[in-house]
Write a protein that binds this ligand. Structure first.
Ligand SMILES: Cc1cc2nc3c(=O)[nH]c(=O)nc-3n(C[C@H](O)[C@H](O)[C@H](O)COP(=O)(O)OP(=O)(O)OC[C@H]3O[C@@H](n4cnc5c(N)ncnc54)[C@H](O)[C@@H]3O)c2cc1C
Length: 516
């Protein structure tokens, strides 16, 4: 629905008088909310800043009555177009910003969706705890959006992804009812199934669907390999199957599916998340240098046999970007020669000796395997600037002058780490076929690679190439039974490929879940 529908304007104006918060229909505000961090741009019908749950209920009621949609939004840093649409953008980043309750002993915190990830961790630090998933955008990404996208980052190989941390969610469903989802036992599950409302219907439908062995078989057959812990393609029905009701040992928790559902199933108003003890304080990084990406990816497998807390790749293109930067060139002090790739492999310990011993053990293994040519170990005082170099690479790539840009379309694939070297070789070959010399930016320990082709999306041929490259990448990921999205989500950019990734039957299952 677009703002050109004149009949909705008076209704929107009436709605705005009924909200405690604000509703804007002016061109400037709508233009500001027509984009997120993706390549998409679409004018919303309106932009709402609700102040209360009751405001959100009114917005839901309005959307139902008038055949439009709501687009929940926190910081809007999504890369796949999740926050762009022609409905009403509902921004909770300014009004739902409270840390509501904290339990140190039980290690959980209850927050509103607009709490910034790093701010939450500043609050938790004196208590020796933290919310472990970290995105590169953690200084502005908010917990609501992290749950929406099931975000993760360098820490995922140790601590898991956002989904693993969600304990319960207070939500408002599409019928306007407030519902809390969390872990429930068999008796409670049965009771929920007996409810004659939308909540009851959700539980009944999920049970009927997942209780069917054929459905479960199809999910096992089509979903990414189980060894891939970053998997954000489609709805996480595979996670629900781990419940004792079906195949596993866990209690049923619908939040497993809500995490990563990108605001398409319910509006979240409160989030209870589990916390981890702060990691050991002393951090060192082995910066292993390689003559090829392939060699670096083989080395990632060696690194993952060690007690590392992060294994991250920088390729030559990223390293070269930082050469010209006045700010970042000084952080290149540890770069020796002209490597095609550097793996940054982090180790932690209670003391420097402990952390160094872990790093040196890895260096010995890499040398024994014949991988790498230089292995400087970055000591604690310099670690922050070394990581800043890596973070800067992607930012600088985003600032290429002129119209061609490094665009996010195939930037989020994850495969089994055992497949990573071969997968990247094949992906490189595929991209060469499109005259692309890809940038490799990887959470290598998690099998995740952020590759971005350089395209000018103002030119029709490049828009077509954008699609063809995405399709070729999707086919390749499917061949390796990987996940088309590891952490950024499907959004608009990957939505078209969901049937290819999970098969038509599972796609239809997703549709039935969405339209319950
Ligand atoms: C340069 C760059 C680097 C990035 N690096 C990483 C990275 O390392 N790891 C990673 O995982 N991601 C990364 N991202 C993607 C993005 O930053 C994360 O997904 C982030 O967690 C999104 O948070 P946000 O507050 O911006 O959410 P938004 O973009 O505002 O929203 C994210 C999703 O959550 C939904 N949502 C928001 N609030 C609610 C609510 N109250 N109820 C229901 N649904 C809701 C939205 O509709 C949307 O679908 C990166 C992005 C950029 C631009």
């Amino acid at each position: 629905m677009s703002s050109s529908q004149p009949n909705l304007l008076p209704l929107l104006q009436t709605l705005s008088t009924q909200l405690e918060g604000a509703l804007h229909v002016d061109q400037l505000t709508k233009t500001l909310y027509a984009t997120d961090a993706s390549v998409y741009r679409e004018m919303p019908l309106a932009v709402a800043f609700p102040k209360s749950e009751s405001d959100i209920q009114k917005l839901i009621h309005f959307a139902n009555e008038n055949g439009t949609s709501l687009i929940p939004r926190t910081a809007g840093t999504s890369l796949a177009g999740q926050c762009v649409g022609n409905g009403i953008v509902v921004d909770v980043s300014k009004t739902f910003t409270q840390i509501l309750e904290f339990n140190k002993e039980e290690r959980w915190v209850r927050v509103q969706p607009g709490v910034v990830r790093d701010e939450l961790n500043r609050f938790l630090k004196p208590h020796g705890l933290f919310f472990s998933p970290i995105t590169s955008t953690a200084n502005r990404a908010m917990i609501g959006g992290m749950v929406g996208n099931n975000s993760s980052g360098t820490t995922s190989i140790v601590y898991g992804v956002t989904r693993d941390k969600v304990v319960s969610l207070n939500t408002i469903l599409s019928d306007g009812k407030k519902v809390i989802f969390g872990e429930i036992n068999q008796d409670d599950f049965d009771r929920k199934c007996g409810q004659q409302d939308l909540e009851g219907q959700i539980y009944r439908q999920l049970f009927d669907e997942l209780n069917n062995p054929e459905t479960r078989e199809e999910i096992h057959a089509q979903f990414p390999k189980k060894s891939i812990h970053r998997r954000n393609t489609g709805y996480a029905v595979d996670e629900l199957m781990k419940a004792e009701l079906f195949e596993g040992k866990e209690k049923f928790n619908f939040c497993k599916l809500l995490a990563g559902s990108e605001g398409t199933l319910a509006f979240t108003t409160e989030i209870k998340i589990g916390l981890d003890p702060l990691p050991d304080p002393i951090e060192i990084v082995v910066a292993a240098h390689f003559v090829s990406i392939h060699e670096s990816m083989k080395s990632a497998q060696v690194a993952m046999k060690h007690p590392t807390t992060a294994v991250e790749l920088m390729d030559k293109i990223i390293l070269d970007c930082t050469k010209e930067s006045i700010e970042y060139s000084k952080n290149r002090y540890f770069v020796e020669g002209d490597p095609m790739a550097i793996l940054m492999i982090e180790f932690r310990g209670k003391s420097l000796e402990e952390a160094m011993a872990k790093g040196e053990a890895l260096v010995a293994d890499l040398k024994a395997a014949g991988y790498g040519y230089a292995y400087p170990i970055i000591e604690p005082a310099m670690v922050t600037s070394a990581w800043a170099l890596r973070a800067a690479g992607l930012g600088l790539l985003g600032n290429i002058p002129g119209d061609p840009k490094a665009v996010a379309c195939i930037e989020d694939t994850a495969v089994d780490i055992e497949d990573l070297a071969d997968y990247i070789d094949e992906l490189d070959e595929t991209l060469k076929g499109f005259n692309q010399n890809p940038v490799h930016y990887a959470h290598a320990g998690a099998g995740e690679i952020h590759m971005r082709p350089i395209l000018n999306l103002k030119v029709a041929e490049d828009v077509e190439e954008f699609y063809q490259i995405s399709l070729a990448s999707a086919k390749l990921v499917k061949k390796y039974q990987g996940s088309l999205s590891g952490e950024h989500g499907d959004g608009r950019v990957r939505a078209a490929f969901i049937p290819l990734m999970v098969g038509e039957k599972n796609y239809e299952l997703f549709r039935r879940i969405k339209y319950t």
